[in-house]
Design a protein around this ligand. Sequence first.
Ligand SMILES: [Zn+2]
Length: 319
Amino acid sequence: MPKNPSSESLVFAVDLGGTHLRVALIDASGKILQQAKQDTPKGDAAGCIINALATVSEKWRGQEQPVVAASIMVPGAVDSDKAVVVQAPNLPSLVNFGLKAALEQRLGWPVLLENDANAAAVGERWLGAARGCADVVSVTLGTGVGGGVILDSKLWRGAHGSAGEIGHATVDPFASLKCKCGNTGCLELYASATGIVRMTRENLSLFPETQLKPDELTAEKVYEAGRNGDALAISVFRRAGMYLGIGLANVINVIDPQIIVITGGVVNGWDLFAPEMYRQVDERAFRATAQQVEIARAECGDNAGLLGAARLGFDSLTG
Ligand SMILES: [Zn+2]
């Protein structure tokens, strides 16, 4: 196995989501040479996921450029040796399973595991909205809410591997609804796609004029309705923005980053949630700091995590 990647080297980057499995071959400049997407195998054994990855990797083995590492991002926490997934509510079969060792044996490349939101932060710093910034926080608004922290140009994983879990910051101490982490009132309950659908459903009866139907709700549909002036959709996104802004104000006061990058599918609703988000930040964070921190939409779109995984793969080989 080549230890020092050349500019010709490739990383086999994997976004192992609870819903979709996305794989790409990426070079050291961030160019995506191959990309594939499929449903994440629903079998309860981790072996189904390993088989799926092995099948894709076999298809791509004919590349002239050598693959030097596989970099896998997972929707959960990874242990300090980055060998085992220790928490992954959406992929329970991976918890405490030796994913790194099993994949190294099957794929034949060094394997790196990383939390998906951390990888997104690295991707946006490499090729997206946070290019050139030393202190970056990224917040991913997807099925859940994740966060990644880069301090002094280094990914900050924390003493126990769970730094940046912004989605589980308490933003409503009086909420009774439980989060899957066990807490109540977590940011994830309001600013995720799941939260947007739930809040819409809860408030349907208060907005009899709404065009939204209870049995076919998605965050995307709520967003589309909001753009068309639907009062329920607008109120739901405003509420999501309020809680997001409360969370970000706390992040700004603790971290003081140059930039906060908002990634994930819910970013499509930016026009609907951002005004309230900014209002809360202005009200709650230290004024002088808040005026200087940039809060920006991600620029790498869906690929922030895959690109970050690739960057981390190259970095792991060069030390
Ligand atoms: Zn939580």
